[in-house]
Design a protein around this ligand. Structure first.
Ligand code: NAD
Length: 424
């Protein structure tokens, strides 16, 4: 049956009623969709308040990355991810870094920037300077919008005015820099940008179009460095192999995309577990990777005087402890409690530490035995389950898949059929 996507009044229904409506419109049975329904009715209500047109929730595994020492303190780090081997790799590499004191971090102040785009300005260069002359007035106006943030020690800190030459047009673009304290800050800075718009338009002598934050959060960088023990990594050749892998990523955008994806395996998992905006962090990270004009590796690797691997990573980190889902989602609140972080900057430090550990984990596997051995042996459980194995069958199928060396669905199905036929 063809799907009918016209659902008038859908948004007014309860989640349960919406599920029935979706089943009807799609021609599926409600039972086919029942896995979308949260077993926890409270969670369904929370989800219904978080986003629109809710019919259910999706559970993603949360694993705990162990062994992390960050700036001299131990952390248990929750990671929400659907990908096998990510949590294991982060934990393994944290234990290797631990031998040399763990991870050392630093962050910028939590400065987010919103942009105000002015079009149709007759004298863009003079307008730019007029806006700088009005900086104090504009900052005061911005701060009036968020007295709570100002009371907490945050608020608008400065402006920058850029002239952007676009196709067939010149824009005057005002950047408002705001210390958002423990918020991710998007709503906070967007509100300020909207409030400034009429004055900015009047001072610049043009019309304001967009008023929104930039996700290129390059005034809010988080940095991490760690020494990874040569012998625990597998010896001098593995260390050299990791540095070769890094140089490849630094030189080649095709490799850099995958290299950085490996970093984001760790970063996104912690960002998601704490209810933060994964897309905002990913946009910022990839934009930062291209900041020099060419997309390249976000991390860097060197070999120290003793032959150990030294890894460093610097990435924009727009994460918060207030606002967004961090406060509304009970699992996110539990994750933040487990982390024991008291500020957005401390959360950012834990996130980048996991990103670096994750990156070294992937590079070590690539430089040593190849990525598939570890990854596929962990992935084998998924494949066995996808083939229909249940209970004890899962381990039996996994063992055979690993012995045969082909972790594939067709192989798993054949093994399962054989096991069931022979009753073993
Ligand atoms: P928010 O507006 O819910 O909370 C921020 C406000 O909380 C501040 O303005 C402040 O008044 C108050 N506050 C209370 N205690 C605070 C503390 N200790 N530190 C700082 N502020 C404190 O949330 P937000 O962080 O401004 O916005 C985040 C949300 O915006 C996320 O859900 C994100 O997905 C969404 N968003 C993102 C984008 C984007 O990234 N492009 C665009 C729009 C919205």
């Amino acid at each position: 049956m063809p799907v009918n996507s016209r659902l008038p009044g859908f948004y007014k229904l309860s989640p349960g009623e919406r599920l029935s409506a979706v089943a009807q419109a799609s021609g599926l049975r409600e039972a086919d969709l029942s896995s979308l329904v949260s077993p926890d009715p409270d969670m369904l209500g929370i989800a219904d308040r978080m986003v629109e047109n809710v019919v259910g929730t999706l559970s993603i595994p949360v694993g705990i990355a162990a062994n992390f020492t960050i700036d001299g303190r131990d952390y248990l780090i929750p990671m929400a991810t659907e990908e096998p081997s990510v949590v294991a790799a982060a934990s393994n590499m944290a234990s290797v870094a631990r031998l040399h004191g763990g991870f050392h971090t630093s962050t910028d102040l939590p400065i987010m920037v919103s942009q105000v785009q002015v079009v149709g300005v007759a004298d863009p260069r003079a307008a730019r300077l007029r806006l700088y002359e009005a900086e104090a007035e504009l900052l005061a106006l911005a701060n009036e919008q968020d007295p709570l943030l100002v009371k907490l020690g945050g608020g608008a800190r400065g402006i920058e005015v850029r002239i952007v030459e676009a196709a067939g047009a010149t824009y005057v673009v005002l950047h408002l820099q705001v210390d958002v304290r423990d918020a991710m800050g998007a709503n906070a800075v967007n509100t300020m940008a909207e409030a400034l718009a009429p004055r900015v338009a009047a001072i610049a002598g043009g019309r304001v179009r967009l008023r929104i934050l930039t996700n290129k959060a390059d005034r809010r960088l988080a940095r991490v460095r760690a020494v990874f023990d040569r012998d625990a990594l597998g010896g001098a050749d593995v260390v050299t192999g990791i540095v070769d892998a890094y140089r490849f990523a630094a030189a080649d955008p095709y490799r850099a995309a995958t290299h950085n994806k490996g970093i984001m395996n760790g970063i996104t998992a912690v960002v998601l577990a704490t209810g933060n905006d994964t897309r905002a962090v990913e946009a910022g990270a990839h934009c930062h990777a291209a900041a020099g004009g060419r997309y390249t590796s976000l991390s860097h690797y060197e070999i120290d005087g003793q032959g150990h691997l030294v890894g460093t990573l610097e990435v924009p980190m727009a994460v918060g402890l207030v606002g967004g889902a961090t406060k509304t989602h009970p699992a996110a609140r539990a994750a933040v409690r487990l982390l024991g972080v008291q500020s957005a900057q401390d959360l950012a430090k834990a996130v980048v530490a996991v990103g670096l550990a994750q990156n070294v984990g992937a590079l070590r596997a690539l430089a040593a035995e190849g990525i598939q051995k570890g990854h596929m042996s962990l992935h084998a459980r998924n494949v066995a389950a996808a083939a229909g194995a249940v209970g004890n069958e899962i381990e039996a199928v996994v063992e055979r898949l690993k012995t045969d060396g082909h972790v594939r669905l067709d192989k798993a199905e054949a093994i399962l059929a054989e096991l069931r036929a022979t009753g073993s």
